[in-house]
Design a protein around this ligand. Structure first.
Ligand code: COA
Length: 178
C-alpha cells in the first residue's frame, strides 16, 4: 500500500422505520444533485449561500462528506430536498455547513434526522481520533439544537452587517476525555 493510499469510505443510507413516507438520507455521493443544491443556494431561505459555477459546486460537494436528504414521490421520481455538508479529513476535524431542508418539506423532523445521522457518523465510537467539530450559525433555535445534539459550546461571535445577523461560532470536542 502506498503512503498516499486512503481507504474508501462506505456510504450509508437511513430510512425511517416507523413511516415509509418516501424520505431517506444518504452519504452516497452518486445520489447528490449539483443542480438541486445550486437551485437551493439561489433561494432566499439560504441566507448565507449563492449559486456557484457548476465546477465549484462539484468540487464543494464531492470534496466534502455530504449527507443528502431525498424524497421519492409516489411515481418513483427522486428529488434531493436537503443537505448537511461536513468539510472534514474524516479522522480528526470536521466543519458542518450548508444544512438545509427545502421549505416545502420543513417541519416534519427531517432537519433533526439529518443532523442525527451526521452525529452518528461523527461519533467517537466511529471516529476515535476526532478532535473538533465546528460550525457557524446565525439562528438562535439552531444554536440550541446543535448544542443539544453535539454538546457544542459557543466559542465566538461575528457581526455580519451584510447579512443583518450576528453569527455564533460553536465547537464540540467529542473526545475531550482522551
Ligand atoms: C433548520 C432546518 C434545516 C430545520 O429543518 P426541519 O426539517 O424543518 O427541522 P425539524 O422539523 O427536524 O426540527 C429540528 C430542529 O430544527 C430547529 N428548527 C426547526 N424549524 C426551524 C426554523 N424554521 N428555524 C430555525 N430552527 C428551526 C428546531 O430547533 C428543531 O428542534 P426541535 O424539534 O428540538 O424543536 C430548516 O428549517 C432549514 O433549512 N432552514 C433554513 C436553512 C437554515 O437555517 N439552516 C441551518 C443553518 S445553521
Amino acid at each position: 500500500m502506498s503512503s498516499s493510499h486512503i481507504p474508501a469510505i462506505a456510504s450509508q443510507t437511513w430510512r425511517r422505520t416507523e413511516a415509509d413516507d418516501g424520505f431517506f438520507i444518504s452519504t452516497d455521493p452518486a445520489l447528490l444533485s449539483v443542480a438541486a443544491v445550486n437551485e437551493a443556494f439561489g433561494r432566499d431561505f439560504l441566507y448565507w449561500a449563492k449559486p456557484v459555477p457548476e465546477k465549484a459546486m462539484r468540487q464543494m460537494l464531492y470534496g466534502s462528506r455530504c449527507f443528502g436528504a431525498y424524497y421519492t414521490d409516489p411515481n418513483g421520481v427522486q428529488q434531493q430536498i436537503g443537505l448537511a455538508r461536513m468539510v472534514t479529513d474524516n479522522a480528526t476535524f470536521a466543519y458542518l455547513t450548508d444544512v438545509y431542508v427545502l421549505p416545502e418539506h420543513q417541519g416534519r423532523g427531517l432537519g433533526r434526522w439529518l443532523i442525527e445521522c451526521v452525529a452518528e457518523v461523527f461519533h467517537p465510537t466511529n471516529m476515535p481520533c476526532l478532535r473538533r467539530i465546528m460550525l457557524v450559525t446565525g439562528d438562535q433555535r439552531m444554536q440550541d439544537f446543535y448544542q443539544r445534539i453535539f454538546g457544542m459550546k459557543v466559542v465566538g461571535h461575528e457581526v455580519r452587517e451584510d447579512m443583518g445577523k450576528m453569527l455564533t461560532f460553536l465547537c464540540a470536542r467529542p473526545n475531550a476525555q482522551s
